[in-house]
Design a protein around this ligand. Structure first.
Ligand code: ATP
Ligand code: MG
Ligand code: MG
Length: 393
């Protein structure tokens, strides 16, 4: 389909699913990550062992590839910039990846572009972190959301601060700030949302923008557990979410797919949470439920191929994340119970990521359900999440 070799920084589950889509289109990929990373297991091409944060490994990847892209934002963007200067395109732009990888910067950047984007008030902690945090508490009230600016995922850089008395402890829990070799910190006013929504937006090199239907994401302990597609909300709010997500993705330069997370308030108003410059957990359902998956769409953007339809081809879909329930083989057995149970459900597809070992809280795979009605899928979901696998007689 395209003769250009695409180098991918990161070989986790997102790279694995990108690789699946690439294989179907005869697009060659080279993965940069540690040996036997999930994405490498499904293609026997020559890959590169190394870190996506290591300059030498990135330069080697660029030498072997015609175009680079990422499946993770925590990459070395300075080296990626030099790769662009050497003539190898990188999608999305390294400057965009750099802005987005710092969650404080991405919000500052967006407000500078368009002050009307709805964002909950936020501020960085600079001098005396504890004093700054308490000052924010006086202004925003409690609870407060304290966040790491960088290297955050699955809520691992977040700490809810319930009162002034918890300030010092919360700062310590997130690494103590740069003076203690921890990441930079900022604080956000807590959003009393009724639902969390997400929209995947594709931006192609000819300037075309296409967004997928707005979905609802359900998080537990800060990790996404379920994605409900389309979101079961007023159609006008769904449309508004798509419009806001497209304008946010448009503000960043660079082609590819972007995941935009939003909060929905009781009155249907929407507030921006964060954006990811890559395929996103909330878009996994697109593999079975949409005409074209987020992964193929991303490759089309990166390779300069035309965008395809983002529409759903089934009335309803639910994605269930398979999250490690415990460590080691025992943990894995319990974790995989819903996958085994799903084998007898029509319209269920299991994806396992080939991770090296099971750990509590680690994303090990997902199940996508598709069907004619949301009520039918919700009842399957309830069954899968609550019922243990029957023991053999
Ligand atoms: P991801 O894996 O999505 O990249 P992350 O580690 O970057 O996650 P966030 O998306 O910032 O973390 O936050 C994780 C979750 O914490 C959100 O989905 C939401 O449930 C909750 N949350 C984040 N910010 C706020 C806020 N300001 N007010 C209330 N809840 C919040
Ligand atoms: Mg994030
Ligand atoms: Mg998030």
């Amino acid at each position: 389909m395209d003769s250009k070799k695409i180098g991918i920084l990161g070989g986790g589950q997102l790279g694995r699913m990108m690789n699946e889509a690439a294989a179907r289109l005869n697009i060659q990929t080279i993965i940069l990550d540690q040996e036997n990373a999930p994405a490498k297991q499904i293609s026997n091409q020559k890959h590169i062992n190394g870190s996506f944060a290591d300059p030498e490994s990135i330069k080697l990847l660029a030498k072997e590839s015609d175009i680079l892209t990422v499946e993770i934002e925590h990459v070395d963007t300075k080296t990626l910039q030099s790769v662009v200067e050497s003539g190898v395109p990188v999608h999305p732009d390294p400057t965009t990846i750099r802005t987005i990888q710092d969650k404080y910067q991405q919000k500052q950047f967006l407000l500078a572009q368009d002050p009307s984007i709805p964002i909950s008030p936020f501020r960085e902690l600079t001098g005396n972190l504890e004093q700054d945090l308490k000052k924010a508490g006086q202004e925003y009230g409690y609870p407060l959301m304290l966040k790491s600016k960088t290297l955050a995922y699955d809520g691992r850089g977040n700490k809810v601060v319930k009162s002034e008395a918890e300030a010092a402890e919360a700062i310590k829990a997130l690494g103590g700030g740069p003076a203690n070799n921890g990441p930079g910190l900022y604080v956000e006013k807590f959003v009393k949302f009724v639902k969390e929504l997400a929209v995947m937006v594709a931006k192609s090199s000819d300037g075309t923008i296409a967004s997928y239907p707005c979905v609802e994401t359900v998080q537990k302990d800060n990790i996404c557990h379920l994605v409900i597609a389309p979101a079961q909300i007023d159609g006008l709010v769904r449309e508004k979410a798509q419009v806001i997500a497209e304008s946010i993705a448009k503000a960043f330069s660079g082609v590819g797919i972007y995941g935009v997370e939003l909060f929905m308030l009781e009155d249907g108003d929407l507030t921006f949470n964060e954006i990811a410059p890559r395929p996103h957990n909330s878009g996994h359902y697109t593999i079975e439920a949409c005409h074209t998956s987020q992964f193929e769409q991303h490759l089309r953007c990166v390779a300069g191929l035309p965008l395809a339809s983002t529409a759903m081809k089934v009335p309803a879909s639910i994605m269930i994340n398979i999250i490690g329930k415990g460590d080691g083989d025992e943990g894995l057995k319990e974790t995989l119970e819903p996958c085994k149970n799903s084998l007898s459900i029509p319209g269920a597809t299991v994806h396992l990521y080939g991770k090296s070992g099971c750990k509590k809280g680690r994303k090990m795979g997902h199940i996508t359900l598709v069907g004619e009605s949301m009520s039918e899928l919700l009842s399957h979901t309830k069954h899968l999440m609550n019922t243990p696998v029957p023991k053999p007689a």
